[in-house]
Write a protein that binds this ligand. Structure first.
Ligand code: NAD
Length: 350
């Protein structure tokens, strides 16, 4: 048999003893006609020496149809859940901002959008139904996933929602399904118990089904939305679409501030356009601005990126996804650009 073995020698005597283990495995392979290949993986102090410690993490995207049928435990998305859990980044901040220059790419009517949209969704990221107990019965005729939240898990998200609202329009909406779910009723209790600490913020509640509707009916009523993992996942994708393109939206995943944050565009790996110089890099570039702001406290530097992006859009430059209904006109004007050129333009503007 041909088999591949991952070696994690680690530190101290680790490499010495693993080396002997490998020699024995090779002897067995030879005697019994097998072939073993090895991949050495760094862990422990050896990994710290080689890679050092990072102050922030910038992520692109993972997944694609090539790996859609691999078993659940090997799914590329598992890496993301592991990374978020391991880095203890429990809050996902997703600003859904409609740049005024991109109103042509917004599917909503002008009178609904008005002068623009600016919503911040604070999504719980490491709890709830995506992490709760799941399973199937022995007959494989029943399956379950569990939505479970503790007070501290809720409180840190709700407080972040309040603090974010204080820096914005001072309105926080907690989105839940409290008419049915017990866990949602706990979200409301926690929000009520901390609201006195933020007297300048107006707190409201909305059921998630209504919120999904209100986001397209009257999105400007929202300032900051705080919600659970699954509701936030769904609503933030919806919010992204009303702003024009998923290729514009950045995100930050933050913990308690003692470790690095994780910054990534909200879109996926877009296999349909991969490798064709068509992807809009602005969501990732704007994620870099969030990285500088939240992890390094570099407000001026973050602003420089955001202003540069505005300037490039003002000048009419567009990737295909944000050209919207103006696509032909943008193309005719020679303003349709690819991934690399868009990066060049932002750099030049900085
Ligand atoms: P997707 O976000 O990759 O693509 C949806 C649509 O948006 C596609 O038409 C794509 O071409 C377009 N799009 C996405 N990003 C773009 C960009 N920067 N510029 C221009 N157009 C862009 O979502 P999907 O198709 O549902 O998923 C594809 C793969 O990505 C799946 O394997 C999925 O599991 C994975 N995924 C990963 C993440 C992540 O890594 N955080 C998030 C979502 C999906």
């Amino acid at each position: 048999m041909n088999k591949k073995i991952a070696l994690i020698p680690g530190d101290g005597i680790g490499p010495d003893i693993v080396r002997e283990g490998v020699r024995v495995l090779d002897a067995v392979a030879k005697k019994f006609g097998h072939s073993f290949t090895y991949e050495t993986v760094l862990a422990g102090g050896a990994a710290i020496d080689k890679f050092g410690e990072s102050d922030a993490v910038l992520l692109g995207a993972v997944g694609g149809p090539k790996w859609d049928n691999v078993p659940g435990t090997l799914r590329p998305e598992k890496a993301l859940l592991g990374l978020r859990g391991g880095m203890k980044v429990y809050a996902n901040l997703r600003p859904a901002v409609m740049f005024k220059q991109l109103s042509a790419a917004c599917p909503l009517k002008d009178e609904i959008v008005g002068s623009g949209l600016d919503i911040l969704i604070v999504r719980e990221l490491t709890g709830g139904i995506y992490f709760g107990e799941r399973g199937r019965n022995a007959e494989n005729t029943e399956a379950w996933d569990t939505e479970r939240y503790t007070k501290p898990e809720i409180e840190r998200i709700v407080r972040l929602g309040f603090e974010s609202a204080q820096k914005r329009q001072k309105r926080l909406c907690v989105v839940d399904k409290a008419n049915i779910l017990e866990s949602s009723r706990l979200w409301r209790e926690v929000a009520e118990s901390v609201k006195a600490d933020y007297p300048d913020v107006t707190l409201s509640y909305m059921y998630v089904d209504n919120a999904a509707m209100q986001l397209v009916r009257n999105p400007r009523q929202f300032d900051v939305i705080a919600t659970s993992n699954m509701f936030g996942d769904i609503l933030s994708d919806e919010a992204s679409q009303i702003t024009g393109s998923i290729g514009m939206l950045a995100s930050a995943s933050l913990g308690d501030g003692t470790g690095p944050g994780l910054y990534e565009p909200i879109h996926g790996s877009a296999p349909d356009i991969a490798g064709q110089d068509k992807a809009n890099p602005l969501a990732t570039i704007l994620s870099c601005a969030m990285l500088l702001r939240f992890d390094f406290g570099m407000e001026k530097e973050a602003k420089a990126i955001e202003v540069a992006v505005e300037k490039v859009l003002d000048q009419g430059w567009r990737t295909g996804d944000i050209a919207g209904s103006d696509f032909d006109a943008v193309k005719a004007a020679g303003k349709l650009v690819g991934t690399a050129k868009m990066g060049d333009l932002v750099i030049a503007a900085i």
